[in-house]
Ligand binder design. Structure first.
Ligand code: AVJ
Length: 317
């Protein structure tokens, strides 16, 4: 007897997050929805694009500052990484640490997290590794056994740029509480630069960023049983100078109705879904965000072209 294949399971979290954004007057979707399996792969491809200077610049800084990083960080520490989708950057920090004792990678993508765990545990046999699969914007309880260790937070990639300045301060305040007294925090921040360079980085010639943005709709079609027509939306990147951020949008190419989780959402031609902010902070703007959260920037390493800054924060007493 022919059997119908079961439809893919409805993902209640994804439906909830999507509806929350799509029912607003100005439609939005949260950037964490980018990172399903296909989205993680597309993001990996973005990080090696010629136009996307962010990842390669931060990696170059991390490689260049080895000795000063070593000198700035305490021995026997626990490294807590917020958004750990690749092991590359943590490896560059861990190799500068004097007898690191624990590594706690936190990420929303379980598959990526498992790979990170496998790679780091192979490279650092004595290190205690406790991966936590979670949205790092929510408070996370760090494992008991790390409580007596010096804590170093690590938030690379300029992921903090996804957050509006107030939300970035809120996040940093939360991590200050969770990392505790005397903690340090290494935060990667993409710097303000000319608009043409920024726009190219978020609208590359090969269309990988466009595919990454549109994959959100493919994901919703599968996990929220929506019926977005992929050829009726287009990728758009905008430089918003007054807010100092790149915005990614999905533009509706027609008047249309979309069904999602049993509801109808209508789009006018030209209307957009705002899918991501990527703030580009001046050093002063980031100092302020950090200080509002009870952190002080004690060190800032940049590349020769001042594209990117790796900031070392210390918890203010
Ligand atoms: C992972 C949030 C740092 O904002 O540059 C890359 C994501 N979006 N291309 C960024 C992203 C489009 C990226 N972050």
């Amino acid at each position: 007897m022919a059997r119908k294949q079961a439809p893919p399971a409805l993902n209640a979290d994804v439906v909830g997050d999507a509806m929350m954004g799509l029912l607003q007057a100005r439609k939005t979707l949260p950037p964490k929805l980018f990172y399903d399996e296909a989205g993680c792969r597309l993001f990996e491809a973005i990080t090696t694009l010629p136009e996307y200077y962010v990842t390669r610049t931060e990696l170059a800084i991390l490689r260049d500052i080895g000795q000063s990083l070593h000198d700035a960080l305490p021995p026997q520490a626990c490294l807590v990484e917020y958004g750990a989708s690749s092991s590359l950057k943590a490896d560059l920090v861990l190799r500068q640490l004097n007898h690191p004792r624990a590594y706690i990678p936190i990420d929303i993508a379980q598959d990526a997290l498992s790979i990170v765990q496998a790679k780091i545990s192979a490279a650092y046999p004595g290190l205690a590794i406790t991966p936590i699969c979670a949205d790092f914007l929510r408070p996370v309880e760090l494992p008991e056994f790390t409580h007596a260790m010096p804590r170093i937070g690590f938030f690379p990639g300029s992921t903090i740029g996804n957050l509006e300045p107030e939300a970035a301060s809120r996040f940093l305040r939360m991590t200050r509480e969770s990392l505790g007294q005397d903690a340090l925090f290494l935060v990667g921040v993409d710097l303000r630069k000319d608009a043409a360079r920024l726009l190219a980085a978020y609208d590359d010639a090969q269309g990988i960023t466009a595919a990454f943005n549109l994959n959100l709709l493919t994901r919703l079609n599968r996990e929220a049983r929506s019926d977005f027509a992929l050829d009726r939306f287009a990728h758009r990147a905008i430089w918003n100078d007054s807010e100092s951020r790149i915005e990614m949008h999905l533009v509706s190419l027609a008047d249309q109705n979309v069904r999602i989780a049993g509801q109808h959402v209508s789009f006018a031609a030209g209307e957009t879904i705002h899918t991501e902010n990527s703030y580009k902070h001046s050093p002063e703007a980031f100092d302020r965000i950090a200080s509002l959260a009870g952190w002080r920037v004690v060190r800032r390493w940049t590349d020769p072209d001042d594209l990117f800054a790796l900031n070392l924060l210390a918890a203010d007493a």
